[in-house]
Design a binder for this molecule. Structure first.
Ligand SMILES: *Cc1c(COP(=O)(O)O)cnc(C)c1O
Length: 259
């Protein structure tokens, strides 16, 4: 989590804008946005949050949290791909980022993609209407998944134990590589991830895992499982039955696992 004093010491006299992820895409940790935004407000600095992991999954009240700008992406809440939105608080002086037309109050020239916008609005409406029951369902599955995976020896949960997005479960398994776990899970019909989709072409360990203090070796053994509302407890039972033997098998072949 971002400590208030870390943010305060990063602010300079000429800082105009602070942008902090609402919830992390790799480890699910939810940041203390209200507090961080209030630090910026006191210094008259605009506060933006990348809430792509949070919108549609947890309750967000931009006014209560003191957010000036917030961005979201539809496909992260079961909407169409290729569409998102930026919330901008009234009175925020934001220059156009696509020039040439008066659309979107002169901020984004070009004809609006109505079909995608409607799809996004509908998906958000469905998610918002079912937010509490979805959260309860996801947290239930998340707890069972995390509790059981942590029974595997030399395994750690990455990210905050409680303040994390419902459904997100991320781990590091010592002595093995996340990529090999993924291949094994994929063969059994389980889609998971090791790190972030944006850096999937890179063999470097995740900057997020290094930033929370893990060593390169440990960070290489990362696995991220995200449950959605269409998953069931049966899926969770399946994962927790197949993952321990995969980890065991990979460790038996691993040159850096010596137990
Ligand atoms: C997925 C994601 C993005 C990128 O959004 P796309 O619409 O997929 O390009 C940005 N920030 C966070 C936190 C994300 O999870």
């Amino acid at each position: 989590m971002i400590l208030p004093e870390t943010l305060e010491s990063a602010l300079q006299d000429n800082t105009k804008l602070v942008s902090i992820m609402f919830a992390n895409n790799e480890i699910g940790t939810i940041q203390p946005i209200k507090y961080l935004a209030s630090i910026c407000k006191k210094k008259n600095i605009k506060f933006h949050t990348d809430a792509v992991q949070a919108v549609g999954h947890i309750k967000i009240d931009v006014k209560d949290l003191g957010i000036d700008m917030l961005s979201a992406s539809a496909h992260k809440f079961n909407g169409p791909k290729g569409i998102g939105f930026l919330y901008v608080k009234k009175g925020t002086n934001l220059p156009a980022f696509v020039h040439g037309g008066a659309q979107e109050k002169n901020k984004r020239g070009g004809t609006e993609n109505i079909a995608s916008i409607m799809g996004m609005a509908k998906a958000l409406e469905i998610n918002t209407n079912n937010l509490e029951s979805n959260q309860a369902k996801l947290k239930n599955m998340q707890k069972k998944l995390i509790d059981n995976i942590l029974l595997i020896e030399e395994t750690i949960l990455t990210g905050h134990p409680n303040l994390r997005t419902p459904g997100s479960a991320s781990f590091c398994f010592k002595g093995i590589e996340g990529e090999s776990i993924l291949l094994n899970l994929d063969a059994l019909g389980i889609c998971a991830s090791s790190g972030s989709a944006c850096t999937s072409g890179s063999l470097d360990p995740s900057h997020v895992l290094l930033a929370i203090g893990l060593s390169h070796e440990v960070a290489h053994g990362s696995l991220r499982i995200t449950l959605g509302v269409n998953n069931t407890m049966k899926d969770v039972d399946y994962i927790i039955s197949v993952l321990p033997p995969i980890v065991k098998k990979l460790r038996a072949m691993s040159p850096i696992w010596n137990k």
